[in-house]
Design a protein around this ligand. Structure first.
Ligand code: GDP
Length: 409
């Protein structure tokens, strides 16, 4: 079986964690390839809710867990999650790439400091130090996970840099000792491990964090995350050949959400937006912040499908729209009276884009039974398949693993 990559097609929080968990049985290992503890993946299992920020979502299925070098690693968060897992009676079979950039308390300070500099125009970072950790790597100022594990850990250049603008530098000796213990025996070459697994006939799943429209280069810059969120970062970020990427499954919610600042053409003002937020529990898994809510945006999805080379789609949270009387999807943008369906062209002026909506049959009151999609929902799915030219393989109708409809094998 080929490897499979799962990526978000919107601004994150599409429900990737549930889809990864659903498919995990078929794969030997689950690999995180981007982001850091700013991501929050929620899995509901047997009525209990688990939120993980760093460990790949395959952990509840006792899979081999790999954290690639494209991840900004906060060892203390990792330790907390390993502790949570131990409480459930599990022990993680984990390898962290020795090239991972680290998040020390200094990068968290830098995150707050920079957000402060933006004054009235914050980008709304989670202040977990992820962007600064990547920046420190680009500046070649910070040691990496393997250096820490080997005990060859010199923060003096980083500290000299921080002294130029931070009034106080926290004592990092305790952090360093702790982190070293956490990483001991857990670092290695994740790309090499993936290739060895593939050579032995085992497939792996790549789990994306955040969503396509938050990609550092191709997203709604500057309101983006500090890393790449698209599927082509899997080979580049893990050091494996392009052919090892395998299939790409895009995950999209049946509506759209976005956390933090930035343009959002289909945002729903007023009561309907508030109702979707409440029904969909649209509050950040990492920060608890209310998410902004909007209608499904086909223009953005087309762009995301193209960027990722999506071969199949999972549509989530269909059940939430059964509580909502209206149903619209955005099929174009109007900017200065001119219509476009090209997200990339609209991007520089996205804040001014007025959505062009198509009204769809409402899902209100639909009964979602196992393996049967009511007509209005089926109509939306077929519309998406036609517009996006990809198969909708999965339709998710609830938090639980069991509330998942497989439309194609
Ligand atoms: P991720 O970062 O993409 O994994 O998304 P989050 O975990 O932040 O948010 C998705 C939330 O939606 C989680 O609480 C999931 O349990 C939940 N969820 C996923 N799919 C569905 C669905 O089909 N219906 C409902 N009601 N909740 C879902």
């Amino acid at each position: 079986m080929r490897n499979l990559c799962i990526v978000g097609l919107q601004w994150g929080d599409e429900g990737k964690g549930k889809i990864v968990d659903y498919y995990a049985d078929r794969f030997h290992a689950v690999v995180r390839f981007n982001g850091g503890s700013n991501a929050g993946h929620t899995i509901v299992h047997n009525g209990r809710t688990f939120v993980f920020h760093l460990l790949p979502s395959g952990l509840l299925k006792k899979k081999r867990l790999l954290i690639g070098p494209g991840v900004a690693l906060d060892p203390l968060t990792l330790n907390e999650e390993l502790g949570m897992l131990a409480k459930e009676g599990g022990e993680a079979d984990l390898m962290v790439d020795e090239r991972c950039t680290l998040v020390t308390p200094l990068e968290k300070e830098l995150d707050s400091f920079i957000e402060g500099l933006r004054g009235a125009k914050p980008i709304g970072t989670t202040k977990r130090g992820i962007g600064p950790s990547y920046a420190m790597r680009a500046l070649r100022l910070t040691p990496r996970a393997g250096d820490l594990a080997k005990g060859d850990f010199d923060l003096s250049s980083a500290i000299a840099f921080y002294r130029t603008f931070l009034k106080e530098i926290p004592d990092l000796s305790g952090w360093t000792e702790n982190s070293k213990k956490i990483l001991a025996g857990r670092t290695g070459d994740v790309g090499g491990e993936i290739m060895a697994l593939n050579d032995a006939g085992h497939s792996v799943m790549f789990e994306g964090a955040q969503g396509t429209l938050l990609d550092l280069i191709f997203g709604t810059y500057p309101f983006v995350t500090g890393a790449h969120t698209i599927a082509s970062y899997v080979p580049a970020g893990l050091g494996i050949p392009n052919g090892a990427l395998g299939d790409v499954m895009g995950v999209a919610k049946a509506y759209t959400t976005r956390v933090g600042g930035g343009p959002f053409p289909t945002e729903i003002p007023g009561e309907t937006g508030e109702q979707i937020r409440k029904e969909g529990k649209e509050y950040g898994a990492t920060t608890g912040r209310p998410r902004r809510v909007g209608w499904l945006d086909i223009v953005g999805l087309k762009y995301a499908v193209r960027l990722n080379g999506v071969s199949e789609l999972a549509l989530t949270k269909v059940d939430i729209l059964t509580k909502i009387r209206e149903m619209k999807v955005c099929v174009g943008y109007s900017i200065d009276g001119e219509e476009t369906g090209d997200f990339s062209k609209a991007l520089p002026r996205l804040a001014e884009a007025k959505p062009v909506y198509r009204t769809m049959p409402s899902f209100y009151g639909l009964e979602l039974r196992e393996n049967h999609l009511p007509q209005a929902a089926e109509q939306l799915v077929e519309f998406l398949e036609e517009e996006l030219k990809v198969k909708v393989t999965l339709v998710s109708t609830g938090e639980e693993r069991s509330a998942t409809m497989q439309r194609h094998a």
